[in-house]
Design a protein around this ligand. Structure first.
Ligand code: SF4
Ligand code: SF4
Length: 129
């Protein structure tokens, strides 16, 4: 990630089609590990770097607190995502040959200006901040 969708989500689906890298799974997608909310695939989210100035999903979202910051998808947080995958917080895609697509397999771009404390606190993004 990246960004994370929380229990505040009302499943309006406004964000999914806005994602430039198809990182958001709708509620009824069989790969979505969440119940009743949408899910951002951390191994796919690029925080809209190279696509927009702000996360597009947040621009589309009508619900404050439904999309928040998460940790960057980089090697520094490999264990964080691995642990989350084991706990069920995340469902990291599994590649036939490479295995789990953790940051050790492929890091993703992230917005460097975001304070790590905001990421740790899963703080609001952009227009809600
Ligand atoms: S921040 Fe951008 S890349 Fe990440 S889920 Fe939202 S729209 Fe997709
Ligand atoms: S736009 Fe916001 S409230 Fe609507 S589905 Fe996406 S995260 Fe949930």
């Amino acid at each position: 990630m990246a960004v994370m969708i929380t229990d505040e989500c009302i499943s309006c689906d406004a964000c999914a089609s806005e994602c430039p890298v198809a990182a958001i799974l709708e509620e009824d997608n069989e790969k979505n590990p969440k119940d009743g909310i949408l899910y951002v695939k951390p191994e796919s989210c690029v925080e809209c770097v190279g696509h927009a100035d702000e996360p597009r999903c947040v621009e589309a979202c009508p619900t404050e607190g439904a999309i928040v910051w998460d940790m960057p998808y980089t090697m520094d947080f490999n264990e964080y995502y691995k642990g989350g995958n084991e706990e069920g917080t995340y469902k990291i895609r599994e590649h036939k040959k490479k295995g789990l697509m953790l940051p050790e397999q492929k890091e993703q771009p992230f917005i460097a200006e975001i304070a790590m404390s905001d990421r740790e606190a899963h703080a609001n993004i952009g227009r809600w901040a």
